[in-house]
Design a protein around this ligand. Structure first.
Ligand SMILES: Nc1ncnc2c1ncn2[C@@H]1O[C@H](COP(=O)(O)OP(=O)(O)OP(=O)(O)O)[C@@H](O)[C@H]1O
Length: 573
């Protein structure tokens, strides 16, 4: 696996349009072969012209071959490019599909801007290679080999002298190509770093402004931008060597042919027509030689870009769990059995066992960093459990089809995550069937957000800006709650927001939550005394361990830390 060619690895993943590949190859081969006849006929024409009996049929045949060559090459090139475009489409679509299904841990480790750069910039480099460079390989190769063969046939001694230059050329090109590959890989890394910074800064612009960090951020990007600039210069230097070198080799070859050719024509060893044909072939050779010399560098660039995409492919996607058709019984208890978990080496959840009864309210309380949100992530199966298991009824949640499991759960996050788009888009995000206006009105009324939505001129179709920035914190919470109403989940994970809201807003949210929690298994990270008092059981979590469980009254009497917690946390009444 280690030494696998990453570009080849990506190409193997593509669904090739086999018939089209075959047709395109056939046409390009035909085009190249007919192209090889053109110099030969030109030579013949020169010789016949000299003999004073110009054969008109020959002229027509020549024009015919010339036109056929042009048309065949044109169609062949188009088809090859079409295959290139299809290939890159397939690579992008598959990469995106793989990426979106990766485990949460991957997204914790990688900056979103950098990932975006891999999907856009890196695939662009590969795109250039596949849809523009690679399709010309076969026709170029045929023209190259064919022209050399024809040259040998016409005059092998003279040809031998000219092709001796080729190994020198190749000997220079290969190390240059390698260097170019490395530069390209470094450039892509720098570009993705730059995209990473852009992504980070642009999404947290408010933080940048209020901390007056513009200058610092500009300084950071300066280094990266200079890095990209210097790498660009290095690349330009190599290209500056390659282009004139190819020119020199070309001129040298033509000079040899002309010099020796002149002598051989005058000595009668070859005809003038043969010399014309030979020069024609040498000229025809120059295009493929040039494109091959660049091809090595473009290939190295594409391999460099593929390597970074290959790395993403080596990351594991989320396990879907078993059979997608097996139904799951609703309203089951959730049981943690000796669950241990850590994001990396440090254990966050330690050998935790607990039962969450169906239809009841279980509240988690405990100091910051004790692992409450982590437990929610484990229930959502965002991270794989290291030891133990979580059961739904008698079945491990890992065995339930992932999509079904997550559809059973409504998660009202503390951050009240929103997508840019309209209020309607956000209310129905993740819901696959059409949601009628009546349903929206019904549930937004239950979530106490209908009135404020209607105050906007565009109602449900109001744009809320990136991550809902055009809404207030309280408004976002209620839209998030309404979203959960519409989803109608069996299990509700509720991370109560700690944001201090005015008493009216707080009252509405409380009403909405009470409504939402009815007839569901509710697991709540509680910050409101009202929620805690209502809970059927309260779990006190401390450094990933349960140190107390019971009702509010039980714990107030028996658990010192709990009593202290309730008294000092100034929980919202
Ligand atoms: N994605 C992550 N990667 C690595 N470590 C993490 C991650 N998320 C949380 N942690 C760590 O896990 C520990 C528990 O965090 P968690 O968010 O579960 O605590 P919490 O009890 O919900 O805290 P709070 O009440 O402050 O939200 C913390 O030490 C935190 O640093």
């Amino acid at each position: 696996m280690k030494n696998e060619n990453p570009l080849l690895y990506l190409l193997k993943k593509v669904d090739w349009p086999k018939k089209m590949v075959f047709a395109a190859m056939f046409l390009s081969i035909l085009g190249s072969l007919s192209g090889l006849l053109v110099p030969l006929f030109t030579g013949k024409l020169v010789d016949t012209f000299n003999a004073e009996n110009l054969d008109l049929r020959m002229v027509w045949l020549f024009i015919g071959i010339f036109l056929a060559n042009a048309v065949l090459s044109g169609i062949g090139t188009y088809l090859l490019s079409k295959i290139g475009e299809k290939t890159i489409y397939s690579i992008r679509a598959k990469l995106w599909k793989h990426l979106i299904n990766l485990k949460m841990g991957f997204f914790d480790k990688n900056e979103s801007g950098q990932l975006m750069s891999r999907i856009t910039d890196d695939t662009n480099v590969i795109n250039l290679f596949i849809s523009e460079k690679a399709p010309s390989v076969l026709p170029s190769l045929l023209t190259l080999i064919g022209s050399i063969v024809m040259l040998f046939i016409l005059d092998w001694q003279m040809t031998l002298m000219t092709v001796l230059i080729l190994p020198i050329f190749i000997g220079i090109m290969i190390p240059l190509g390698k260097k170019m590959g490395k530069i390209s890989k470094d450039t892509q890394t720098e570009i993705s770093k730059f995209s990473g910074i852009l992504g980070r800064v642009l999404t947290e612009m408010k933080l940048v402004k209020v901390t007056t960090s513009e200058k610092n951020e500009l300084e950071k990007t300066k280094v990266t931008l200079l890095g990209i600039y210097n790498l660009g210069l290095k690349e330009a230097k190599i290209r500056a060597i390659i282009s004139p070198l190819s020119g020199i080799i070309m001129t040298l070859t033509v000079a040899i042919i002309l010099g020796f050719g002149g002598i051989r024509v005058s000595s009668g060893a070859i005809t003038a027509g043969t010399l014309v044909a030979m020069i024609f072939y040498v000229v025809q050779l120059s295009a493929p030689i040039l494109s091959f010399s660049m091809f090595i560098t473009d290939y190295k660039k594409a391999v460099g870009a593929s390597e970074r995409i290959y790395e993403i492919y080596q990351e594991e996607t989320e396990k879907e769990g078993s059979d997608s058709n097996r139904p799951i019984t609703d309203h089951q208890d959730i049981t943690f059995k000796n669950v241990s978990f850590g994001y990396d080496d440090t254990t966050i959840i330690k050998d935790l066992s607990l039962s969450i009864h169906s239809g009841e309210v279980t509240a988690f309380v405990g100091p910051s960093g004790s692992g409450k949100s982590t437990l929610f992530s484990l229930i959502e199966r965002l991270y794989p459990i290291e030891q133990g298991e979580i059961l739904y009824g008698n079945e491990s949640i890992e065995d339930i089809f992932l999509k079904y499991w997550r559809q059973k759960i409504g998660y009202v996050m503390q951050s009240n995550a929103m997508m840019s788009g309209t209020i309607r888009d956000n209310l129905t995000y993740g819901i696959n069937e059409a949601v009628s206006d009546e349903t929206l009105i019904h549930y937004t009324k239950m979530a106490r957000c209908y009135d404020f939505i209607m105050e906007f001129p565009h109602g449900f179709d109001t744009e809320i800006g990136e991550r809902g920035t055009k809404l207030s914190g309280g408004q976002r919470q209620r839209i998030d709650i309404a979203r959960s109403f519409i989803k109608n989940p069996d299990i509700l994970l509720l991370d109560e927001a700690t944001a201090n809201l005015d008493s009216e807003s707080e009252y509405y949210i409380q009403q909405a939550l009470n409504e939402l929690m009815k007839d569901r298994t509710t697991i709540v990270i509680a910050h409101r005394l009202a929620t805690i008092k209502k809970a059927n059981q309260i779990i006190f979590l401390d450094k990933g361990e349960i140190t107390g469980a019971g009702t509010h009254n039980d714990l107030i009497q028996s658990h010192d830390k709990y009593r202290h917690f309730v008294n000092t946390q100034s929980l919202t009444e």
